[in-house]
Design a protein around this ligand. Structure first.
Ligand SMILES: [Zn+2]
Length: 331
């Protein structure tokens, strides 16, 4: 039986149980956090005075809510520039019983610090391999997957370098890749092309945020290249309204892609990206409370069941697909 690294150590794939593939315990820029801690984050205190203790309490509250709904494992794609803190993840896992799967990588649409501009893809890959084989941030907690991103600026020089570094670290260690994409900018085909050029088996690649596309044909065209597709932003109404997300999701299930897709919310227990009012817009005009880890069980699964999703399809998306993407082997 293949195993998966969690923040509490390795577990057997069969122990993953019901798994949400894309939820953040905390999402914030580490430089802003250190230099301007008075700025605060949404859902704690948007004006200021935020302590990491407060952020940890909110993260624990959200994970406890997921556990109450039957979730056993949360895959946490926070890497560099998203405030990854594996010690916090471990404490929250201990408090709530939720198994948390951590990653390594760099979340950037363009910018890299000079320290990484001056290093090549192989040298950056070395940093990722360390996190996978030795441990993250001076701990023995190991990364179970790699993360990179492309967004509105497209696959520019720095983004391409990070993708190649991620690909090389995957080839050396065997761990899978999650790539943030932006369907509105059609980033995914080039992202996939880079992984293929580097020799990565596309079965290991998950393209995140495919559910931001209103077009099931678009998502299908990516899956047909051999990758997994994340329908993972339920609750972010500004990028795609709920009903449209459900329609694309149901169309993909009807076309037989239940074994190639994931369902999640990309929720952030706390988030420093925007002033509070902007997050309200993202969540659809004030319904910030909807864009949380709870939405999958409270709204998404009931809507999909109503639309004809079978029990088997639901089980496949929440149990089998995460295990297969993480380990490369069927459950
Ligand atoms: Zn995310």
């Amino acid at each position: 039986m293949p195993s998966v690294e969690t923040v509490a150590g390795p577990i057997e794939a069969s122990e993953l149980g019901e798994t949400l593939i894309h939820e953040h315990l905390m999402s914030r820029d580490e430089a802003v956090l250190v230099q301007f801690p008075q700025m605060g984050t949404v859902r704690e205190d948007p004006i200021g005075g935020v302590t990491s203790e407060a952020a940890e309490d909110v993260a624990a509250e959200f994970m406890a809510a997921a556990a109450e709904r039957g979730v056993k494992t949360v895959v946490e794609p926070s890497c560099m520039f998203l405030g990854r803190d594996v010690r916090l993840m471990k404490r929250v896992s201990e408090k709530t019983g939720i198994q948390i799967v951590a990653c390594t990588g760099i979340y950037t649409y363009d910018h890299l610090p000079i320290a990484l501009v001056s290093r090549d893809a192989d040298q950056i890959a070395e940093l990722f391999v360390h996190d996978i084989e030795q441990g993250i941030q001076g701990t023995e907690i190991k990364a179970a997957f790699l993360k990179c991103a492309a967004d509105e600026p497209g696959v520019n020089e720095n983004v391409e370098k990070v993708h190649r570094a991620v690909a090389r670290a995957s080839l050396r260690t065997g761990v899978p890749i999650m790539a943030h994409s932006r369907p509105a900018s059609d980033t995914a085909p080039r992202q996939i092309e880079i992984f293929a050029e580097e020799g990565v088996d596309l079965e290991k690649v998950q393209i995140a945020h495919c559910g931001d596309s209103p077009d099931a044909d678009y998502v299908e065209s990516l899956i047909e290249k051999g990758v997994w597709a994340g329908l993972d932003r339920y609750g972010i109404e500004m990028y795609q309204p709920f009903d449209q997300r459900i329609a694309v999701h149901l169309a993909l299930l009807e076309r037989g892609y239940g074994d190639r897709i994931f369902v999640s919310a990309d929720s952030c227990a706390t988030l420093d990206w925007f002033p509070a009012e902007t997050v309200e817009q993202l969540a659809g005009g004030g319904a910030v409370s909807d864009w949380t880890i709870k939405i999958v069980h409270d709204k998404v699964l009931p809507a999909l069941r109503e639309g004809g999703m079978t029990e088997e399809q639901e089980h496949t998306m929440l149990y089998k697909n995460p295990a297969r993407w993480l380990t490369g082997e069927p459950l």
